[in-house]
Design a protein around this ligand. Structure first.
Ligand SMILES: NC(=O)c1ccc[n+]([C@@H]2O[C@H](COP(=O)([O-])OP(=O)(O)OC[C@H]3O[C@@H](n4cnc5c(N)ncnc54)[C@H](O)[C@@H]3O)[C@@H](O)[C@H]2O)c1
Length: 321
């Protein structure tokens, strides 16, 4: 049995990971400040579900990763720290870059600085956004990532660099995982899939940026948590891995999947491309496959059906906006 700290564990990905670890019999401590970037009620519900699953195996610490004393308390006794706490919106980061750097960069360093046991394994939640506007696809971990196009992307690249330096100085094993657009039940309400589902259901126009040909690599959340679990037991002292679906879907195709699953037609409101958006994300996952045994097992069609079933249930119950 491991004792795992999950920062950001009240959020979308963190809450799925928490449930999986608890069901496997591990002890989990979540550190999360319940940031109001989106509905805090959703985060409280995630924590309540974890408490119901985990009982005494689960502990929730409300606190901020920028506070050293809070981090010191949170990391004690933990064998593994999965660091997912962050401000995660690309567009919001353009509006408020200083806050993003404060949480995602200073917060990451503050957390790392409080880990004193050299055996503690760290898994850092990075992002495909570090690839910026790279045109060579699929994106491989060896590609240059020196030109992020949003403060959020820059903060994730900075987080990877801080992880490397900390590993170099202290010797702890670290895996940085670049997640490619993650979706599934509990997804953040401002993310495209969730936002589109809401607007299609409400009969509202969906903001359709660009000409519909921009393409994304979508990854179902259970595949991401499988990758995180594998990285907790990785063999390399320091590594960076892509975790993606390894397939690309255009915006047009994505909306088509949602229309089918929701049984309603979308009204597309065409808008120009947004600053910070990238034309394509596409993961080369061969390194994660070789070294972590990672496999993306959920096709988009199946994952979208599961997401929409969850969304409609939550919507009827008034638990999502
Ligand atoms: N969802 C995706 O598609 C995606 C893609 C790439 C990378 N990521 C990364 O994965 C991680 C989780 O993303 P998510 O989609 O679950 O987001 P999320 O917003 O649902 O979860 C992040 C959690 O961090 C918490 N948090 C924010 N600031 C904090 C602070 N100062 N102290 C403590 N907790 C704080 C929030 O309250 C939230 O519960 C993030 O690091 C994000 O950058 C997500």
């Amino acid at each position: 049995m491991s004792h795992v700290l999950i920062t950001g564990g009240a959020g979308f990905i963190g809450s799925h990971l928490t449930q999986r670890l608890l069901l496997a019999g591990h002890r989990v401590r979540v550190l999360d400040n319940l940031d109001p970037y989106y509905e805090v009620g959703m985060k409280r519900a995630n924590v309540a579900a974890a408490a119901a699953t985990g009982g005494k195996l689960f502990e929730f610490v409300v606190g901020d990763i920028r506070e050293a004393a809070t981090c010191q308390h949170a990391v004690h006794d933990c064998d593994v720290v999965v660091h997912l706490a962050a401000l995660a919106g690309v567009r919001a980061s353009i509006q408020d870059p200083c806050r993003y750097i404060d949480v995602n960069v200073t917060g990451t360093q503050t957390l790392l600085s409080q880990i004193k046991d050299p055996r503690t394994v760290v898994v850092f939640g990075s992002s495909s956004s570090v690839y910026g506007g790279n045109r060579k696809v699929p994106f491989a971990e060896s590609d240059a990532v020196d030109q992020p196009v949003s403060p959020y992307a820059a903060s994730k690249k900075a987080g990877e660099l801080l992880c490397y330096t900390w590993h170099h100085l202290h010797g702890n094993p670290v895996a940085c995982l670049r997640f490619f657009t993650v979706y599934g039940p509990r997804q953040r309400p401002e993310m495209a899939i969730h936002q589109f589902a809401r607007r299609i259901t409400d009969g509202l126009e969906i903001p359709f940026f660009g000409d519909g040909t921009s393409r994304r690599d979508y990854t179902y959340v259970d595949d991401i948590t499988s990758g995180i679990l594998a990285a907790m037991h990785g063999k390399r002292p320091f590594a960076i891995y892509n975790l993606g679906g390894s397939a690309v879907t255009s915006l047009d195709e994505l909306v088509g999947h949602l229309e089918r699953a929701l049984g309603r037609a979308a009204k597309r409101h065409r808008l120009p491309d947004q600053p910070g958006d990238v034309p394509i994300t596409y993961a080369d996952v061969s390194l994660a496959e070789r070294e972590l045994g990672y496999r993306c097992t959920t096709p988009l069609r199946v994952g979208i059906d599961t997401f929409c079933a969850w969304y409609l249930t939550e919507k009827r119950a008034g638990r999502v906006p």
